[in-house]
Ligand binder design. Structure first.
Ligand SMILES: NC(=O)c1ccc[n+]([C@@H]2O[C@H](COP(=O)([O-])OP(=O)(O)OC[C@H]3O[C@@H](n4cnc5c(N)ncnc54)[C@H](O)[C@@H]3O)[C@@H](O)[C@H]2O)c1
Ligand SMILES: [Zn+2]
Length: 384
């Protein structure tokens, strides 16, 4: 028995629901909303269609502790008899580690997975990153289907073909580029997310909006409060998925540099997150990125190469982020942030490189930013 898992893999007792196997292709303005392998899949028709066509000899569904409880009951009735289940004994960043990857490889071996089998990852970004990585490396790649269950997983982590685990404290140091056979998006999973997890994920959606659309961001807060209608949630998910995928397809393996625009808000965000982790301060990734976007917007306003970043036009946005993503009282000082940002990005003659906005919808990847500019931008921010 592998020590990293609950001893709960078992065969699916239920017969798959035998409803019509029709792939659901949502249309918006006459255009496919999603790229071909990503499906709005509220009844898992796309997954079932794929299963029918490909008939994998073995299917293993991998969950974490929470998604086994909250999400598996919705999915399990749609899977064929003989499906096996593996519940990770932990959740969150703790599972994106080599011991858990090793445990999964061991278990796939024990479960009789062969090269034509299918691994399904059901969970947030940590589960989909880990499962996609283990599936892509086991026997040099078995089939993989991802079912994200958090906002962050749906709008960001499952989209873009990056798999990975952490190496000690270094995030995503080990991984591959691999697009899964399919991704099922089912917004129903979001109903069991707690308030903070939901907000956290929408921060990345706002980021996608700011780097890809010149339309004003809807700052109603309905998405954050959980009061948005089903259509509004769907529209936001679809927009984020489409826009992230558009960026990714222009630079799938990070060779041209354009994919860096997805790092908007992340230079400051990662510095804050790293500090919080070391000091035991509770800050989530999306909250740190929202703060990082405020920093990047303030730098953009001051930067000579961003004349389109107009202070009065950006003021409501800055206020929205500050109000919507509150931070704890303790914050790192300027010196600490500067030092951490230096290690996060390549230091070029004492200057950092940032993704800035020359106005909403006009990202500029890789602009040099001096210490003086960072100090001035931090001076403009009242935080928390
Ligand atoms: N591969 C990529 O391109 C990419 C992009 C962005 C982020 N990521 C990764 O995504 C990870 C973060 O993802 P996350 O924010 O989804 O974190 P997560 O996977 O840790 O999920 C957050 C928490 O919610 C729980 N949970 C998940 N779904 C639930 C549901 N429906 N109901 C109740 N609880 C649920 C989880 O068990 C966990 O405790 C990070 O490791 C990050 O590096 C990857
Ligand atoms: Zn992020």
């Amino acid at each position: 028995m592998c020590p990293w898992f609950e001893s709960r893999w078992y065969h699916n007792p239920k017969q798959a629901d035998s409803g019509p196997l029709v792939a659901f292709w949502p249309l918006m303005n006459g255009q496919d909303v999603f790229p071909a392998h990503i499906h709005l899949d509220a009844r898992f028709e796309a997954l079932r269609l794929w299963l029918n066509e490909n008939r994998p000899p073995s299917i293993v569904v991998i969950t974490d502790r929470n998604t086994e409880k909250h999400c598996l009951p919705l999915l399990a009735p749609h899977l064929p008899p003989g499906t096996q289940f593996l519940a990770l004994s932990s959740h969150g960043e703790a599972i994106k580690t080599l011991p858990f990857a090793h445990g999964i490889w061991d278990s796939l071996e024990g479960m009789g997975m062969d090269r034509h089998g299918l691994v399904i990852g059901l969970g947030g970004g940590t589960v989909t990153d880990l499962v996609a990585f283990t599936a892509d490396t086991y026997m040099r790649g078995v089939h993989c289907w991802l079912i994200p269950t958090t906002v962050l997983g749906m709008v960001d982590a499952s989209v873009g073909g990056k798999t990975g685990i952490n190496l000690n404290h270094l995030k995503n140091r080990i991984g591959t580029f691999h697009t899964p056979d399919g991704i099922s998006i089912n917004p129903e999973f979001l109903s069991t997310l707690d308030d903070r997890e939901r907000r956290n994920g929408w921060a990345e959606h706002f980021k996608h909006h700011l780097i890809t659309s010149q339309a004003p961001l809807k700052m109603t807060g309905g998405l954050l409060e959980g009061t948005a209608s089903g259509e509004e949630v769907m529209e936001a998910l679809a927009y984020s998925i489409r826009s992230k995928w558009d960026v990714v397809t222009q630079d799938p393996t990070e060779s041209t540099g354009w994919r860096k625009v997805l790092n908007f808000g992340h230079t400051g965000g990662h510095a804050l997150e790293g500090w919080a982790l070391e000091h035991g301060v509770d800050i989530k990734h999306g909250e740190a990125v929202a703060w990082g976007m405020r920093l990047a917007l303030n730098i953009s306003i001051l930067h000579t190469e961003c004349p389109g970043a107009d202070e009065s036009a950006l003021a409501p946005l800055l206020e929205f982020f500050e109000r919507s993503f509150p931070l704890p009282g303790a914050m790192p000082d300027t010196e600490e942030l500067w030092a951490r940002m230096q290690t996060d990005k390549k230091n070029l003659g004492g200057r950092l490189r940032f993704v800035l906005l020359d106005g909403v919808g006009h990202p500029k990847p890789d602009l040099e930013v001096s210490r003086e500019l960072v100090d001035s931008a931090l001076g403009r921010m009242t935080h928390p």
